[in-house]
Design a protein around this ligand. Structure first.
Ligand SMILES: [Zn+2]
Length: 220
């Protein structure tokens, strides 16, 4: 899954408004944000196999440190610990748990779309429901999650709705390129593109949220 993960960010923001949206954007993609440099370093492995699923050509055959269930639980716990260390004492309660759940949501949503390439632990007992083999359904799910979460967020946010909706459409367009465009030229290109997308999306959402946060007293 790609932009659908951000639906969780927006929904989480409604539950825990003290967490900046950019941090929630990083949280829901944290497993991939760590996956990309591990691929670049040759520690986790992916190869491009056009047709391996109907919409995604990545053969993610070795990623025990980021996308096993055990690793996802550990990274979620790690995010909670880091948040508690960094955040002000008066806002750690529910917000820290929301952040940790946002990190873990990545694995749950990946489970829906991936072929059975998600290990439960190490590189074994792999699971995945394979929705990538139904591109139209998978794309609709990404859109529904993204805009469903955004709708929850915009219901309470002071952020202007229109720029955020335009941003959502841009994200969805990039999803369409991934699904229906040419495959990446290499594993390195796939990792770099993913990392650049996550950084760009988090930067833009921080910019979009800033006017609203500037007017709210006591924000994170
Ligand atoms: Zn992932």
């Amino acid at each position: 899954m790609f932009v659908g993960h951000y639906g969780v960010s927006f929904a989480a923001k409604r539950i825990a408004p003290t967490i900046p949206l950019w941090a929630l954007f990083i949280a829901v993609q944290l497993l991939d944000v760590i996956w990309a440099p591990l691929v670049l370093a040759g520690i986790e492995k992916v190869r491009i196999v056009p047709g391996i699923t109907a919409s995604n050509p990545l053969d993610l055959y070795y990623m025990p440190y980021t996308h096993s269930l055990l690793a996802a639980l550990l990274w979620s716990g790690g995010a909670l610990v880091v948040y508690r260390l960094l955040a002000a004492q008066d806002i750690v309660g529910r917000a820290g748990c929301v952040l940790a759940l946002a990190v873990f949501s990545h694995w749950v949503l990946d489970l829906v779309v991936h072929r059975p390439d998600l290990p439960l632990y190490d590189n074994t007992a792999k699971v995945g429901l394979g929705l990538w083999n139904l591109p139209s359904v998978a794309f609709a799910l990404e859109a529904a999650l993204l805009f469903g979460g955004m709708w929850l967020y915009l219901g309470v946010a002071r952020t202007p709705a229109r720029p955020m909706l335009v941003f959502g459409l841009v994200m969805l367009a990039s999803q369409a390129c991934v699904f229906f465009g040419p495959p990446p030229v290499s594993d390195t290109a796939a990792a770099l593109t993913a990392l650049a997308s996550y950084a760009a999306f988090a930067t833009v959402v921080a910019r979009l949220e800033r006017p609203a946060r500037a007017t709210r007293r006591g924000a994170f």
